[in-house]
Design a protein around this ligand. Sequence first.
Ligand code: GLN
Ligand code: ZN
Length: 756
Amino acid sequence: MKILTHNLGFPRIGAQRELKKALEAHWKGQSEAAQLLATAREIRASNWLSQQKSGIDLIPVGDFSLYDHILDMTALLGAIPHRFEHTGDQVPLDLYFAMARGTVNQPAMEMTKWFNTNYHYIVPEFDHNTRFHLASDWLFQEIKEAKVLGINTKVVLIGPLTYLYLGKEITPDFQRLDLLPSLLPVYREILQQIVALGVEWVQIDEPILALDLEQPWLDSFTEAYRALNDTGSRLLLTSYFGAVDHHLALLENLPVDGLHIDLSSAPEQLESFLTRNFSSKILSLGCIDGRNIWRTDLSQKLENLAQTVSRFKGNLWIAPSCSLLHCPVDLSLETKLDPEIRNWLAFSTQKLEEIATLGLGLYQGKESIQEILTASNQANQSRKTSCRIHNPVVHHRINHLTERDSQRTHPFAIRKQQQQQRFNLPLLPTTTIGSFPQTSAIRQVRAAFKKNELSHLEYLSAMRQEICETIRKQEEIGLDVLVHGEPERNDMVEYFGEQLWGYAFTENGWVQSYGSRCVKPPILYGDVYRPEAMTVDWISYAQSQTSRPVKGMLTGPVTMLFWSFVRDDQPRADTALQLALAIRDEVTDLEKAGIGMIQIDEPAFREGLPLRRQDWQHYLDWAVKAFRVASSGVKDETQIHTHMCYSEFHDILPAIAELDADVITIETSRSRMELLDAFVKFSYPNEIGPGVYDIHSPRIPDTSEMLELLKKASHHIDPKLLWVNPDCGLKTRNWPETRTALQKMVDCAKSLRSAL
Ligand code: GLN
Ligand code: ZN
């Protein structure tokens, strides 16, 4: 039987980040809108043709975006927040970018994480006065473009419930779900226009189905899809990032023509769909991981699919698990990767070829794809046995870990006394989060060294000079606990990954983070092993320059994991533990070198939380354990710090307390310390440094403002447990700002100290 192959979405930034370059040139006023739009059109065309070449039957249109696909939906639906004072009927490009990036008069719309990915979307703003109407024809233009190129298209649209759900109410006493009846007619209009353009299928994305949805939202699905049922278009209701079989009864009865399920994040859900009566609908199997970079074991996949085909009575389609937005574009651009490692990988283009191959194999039999299967088998066999991946030294250590390895010698109360004796810090000690301004001079030195234009010795002395000056400046400002300033780090994960075994780096493995911003996550492919110390030399040098304590600075195992592409051949918990051991060795080496305070940053700790509550505890258990293994190898008198860049802790505080860091620094300045409440309610036992000013903006707060925040904190928290610091690292700020702000911060601490 012919199985239809399709794709849910293709990366839109361009294989060489062409869109990023075009956007940024336009924003700087260096190019006209027409030029930007022409680049965008070229990227779309090249994406479509490449997918067609891969052999995919149904190719998505509407997955492209100049900035963000939720913002596109806001534009399409004309749901422009009133504060942008827009009156026209259509959304012009400058308004679109104003919503995304703000103007002199209006801050940008809020941006937040797209489910459990590192992509960020623009949050729609709703109130009583929100009205919807068709306000952009971009989508329809794109459909026409694809038609001209002879592309067999399926339109991608964010579903009405997900669109509302992802937005926020900006006035109280109002619920955004109430907007549904006024939203549906516009959706109908959109669908009718799509039909009029000759497109049969619409992929309507409702990823919120993978969340724990409250009943009113669930109930609304039936109402919504009944209303969209008779426009003449065929709807493929699309879920991803998790199981949706907890809504089985609802899905069965929903008047849609097909359903896409993610079998990569939730393979076990397939059974429910096979045993229930879904044969009147098309079932689309998301059978290749759209969020990772691993080559698929095609033989095994083909066997599984063949079984599924034989059991399912209705029509099956196959596709990647989710949009390929979260995967780099094309592996063939990676010329410098080690060939053995490269052979284990597949980026978007390769993944689509895999889908097409599977489609062919199911239709014409295994023999028709024998050559490809053989290559895939070889690659997978090599991954199972390669000594680049499997390191017995690491396994031995993991197998011999004991309870004691995740426990400090004594509880916090005892450690605190010993640390107090050792450091003799004043009340409300002042410190920073680690990085100091990354000046262009520093960047140039690093880049020149990388290109071999600077010798090792020249590099070493340039960095040491920078560290030395940073120490001097901190002493002048009067900070109590100093840092080396992180000048040698390009990025907090990459810096460590480059020195560990088991990590690989790509040249073009870019993934969109938001707007024109991309990240290039390293690839964690093998057992993690630390061949030698990674930071000891820099930190010891910094300590040699001052009599005040210098805090060593490391990235924690959970963050190392979440900001990388991770291996899929072992549970993430195991990989986290391997990372933890590498960090643990660094921690103990720092201790041996006489460093008394060590900070292990975990900004991604909360990010790792699974989408559904029922899965939280399992995650928290292994994440906490990884942190504890990383941090527990030291003596009582060594002080462990951690840092998290947010302040939403109310629902995970028990786990945060279990980390048992001696000091935690958090972001609280933007929430004006309100979120400290969670710590107070929970009687958080260890020391806390709530950020007293926002480093994300160039604005320097008044001393009185900082003092007020600090006083507020000291009312909530025992001053003996309180630290004073900014809310994150200072690498994006300049020196004059930094100096002034920190000076004020130190003054505030001193004045409150004397008043206590
Ligand atoms: N130590 C890092 C810095 O100061 C922490 C950055 C982060 O939390 N994202 O830059
Ligand atoms: Zn931070």
